[in-house]
Write a protein that binds this ligand. Structure first.
Ligand code: DAT
Ligand code: MG
Length: 149
């Protein structure tokens, strides 16, 4: 089954949005297979945002992402990367469509509530940065026969 790495950022945690965000993915039919509440160490922030370290916004992004605990998750489902990116919405919450997480819950690009992997390759890389293989649970959702045809 396809997997992705999702992370509620410190603003989402501070604003008590973790439950609402998890509920959206659960109700969609996706399956959470790992979760951890954690303030990210600098080393993993640098690995996670390797593609952005040289950009002008990176110092602000790093300070923000380390400013408080995040909620880190791995989710499974068919086409889970594309589905969750669509549910998360555009990077800039001002441009994110209503009904998306960023469209409904945020105003600023520098505090956009949630991270989601943008491809299968990125997902594999990000899951490996943040989780050990034995932290991913294997189980069936009891409603799977009514989710997949
Ligand atoms: P996404 O999180 O939608 O995958 P991204 O990978 O391009 O977006 O950027 C990672 C994060 O960096 C993004 O969620 C918010 C921040 N960011 C991106 N572009 C920015 C900008 N122009 N100014 C401030 N922060 C930015
Ligand atoms: Mg990205």
């Amino acid at each position: 089954m396809d997997r992705t790495f999702l992370m509620v950022k410190p603003d989402g945690v501070q604003r008590s949005l973790v439950g609402d965000i998890i509920a959206r993915f659960e109700k969609k039919g996706l399956k959470m297979v790992a979760g951890r509440f954690e303030r990210l160490p600098e080393e993993r922030v640098m690995q996670h945002y390797a593609e952005h370290v040289a950009k002008p916004f990176f110092p602000g992004l790093k300070a923000y992402i380390m400013s408080g605990p995040c909620f880190l998750m791995v989710w499974e489902g068919k086409d889970v990367v594309a589905i969750t990116r669509a549910m998360i919405g555009a990077t800039n919450p001002r441009e994110a469509a209503p009904g998306t997480i960023r469209g409904d819950f945020a105003l600023e690009i520098g505090m956009n509530v949630i991270h989601g992997s943008d491809s299968d390759a990125t997902a594999e890389r990000e899951i490996a940065i943040h989780f050990q293989p034995d932290e991913l649970a294997e189980y069936r959702r009891i409603d799977e026969p009514f989710l997949y045809e």
